[in-house]
Design a protein around this ligand. Structure first.
Ligand SMILES: [Zn+2]
Length: 213
């Protein structure tokens, strides 16, 4: 059976182009696909690093939602193709009510985390690039860990203590050039020298774009 990776609806990209704006739409099928393939034991791209997300979702599916954005955005003068945010409304009153209403109208609930993905990128991205972008955003939902690397659970809720995680490595090429690689950069280089852990076959299994005999 061919399973096809989720593609964004094209009409909203056209509409955004006409309006010369960025439009956003809920991506319910994308969430389903991510849960089945990344967050479920036996899924083609299952990664135990995200087990805490699966656990959170199992307890309460409103913890995570996905949206498509019609095009990339520019932040700090760089193109942003994906974003994972902890949904927080700092303002009160009608502003907060309006923003919460938007979430409820889209998803039926106000999610804890919202992952937004650039639809125009995904429309033409390779399966590997698409999966890598999705997984990048999933890694932004971090779990607190003890010295042995085991997830820490909240006494209060009994669930993994999660937080919006920053990147493992953030550095300027110029700094590495002038001062050498830090421990985290060295670690990244070390990992990058190995072939990617996920084989093309597994990507094909859940994207369905390659023909498997
Ligand atoms: Zn990131």
């Amino acid at each position: 059976m061919d399973q096809i990776r989720p593609f964004p609806p094209t009409d909203f990209i056209d509409q955004a182009e006409e309006e010369e704006s960025i439009r956003l739409v809920p991506a319910v099928d994308l969430k389903e696909w991510v849960v089945n393939n990344f967050l479920t034991l036996g899924g083609a791209l299952h990664n135990p690093d995200h087990d805490h997300i699966a656990e959170l979702l199992h307890d309460d599916e409103t913890v995570l939602a996905f949206a498509w954005a019609s095009s990339a955005m520019i932040a700090k003068k760089r193109m942003v193709l994906g974003q994972c945010e902890k949904v927080m409304f700092t303002q009160g009153g009608w502003k907060k009510a309006r923003q919460e209403q938007q979430m409820r109208d889209w998803f039926g609930f106000v999610p804890v985390y919202l992952i937004t993905i650039d639809a125009s990128f995904c429309e033409q991205a390779s399966d590997r690039d698409f999966c890598a972008l999705i997984e990048h955003e999933l890694y932004h939902i971090g779990v607190e860990r003890d010295e042995d690397g085991e997830p820490i659970y909240s006494d209060h809720t009994g669930l993994p203590k999660h937080y919006l995680a920053g990147h493992d490595v953030e550095e300027f090429i110029g700094v590495v050039k002038r001062w050498g690689a830090s421990e985290s950069v060295k670690r990244l280089v070390e990992v990058a020298q190995n072939p990617p852990f996920v084989p093309d076959l597994d990507v094909a299994k859940c994207c369905g774009n390659c023909v498997i005999n």
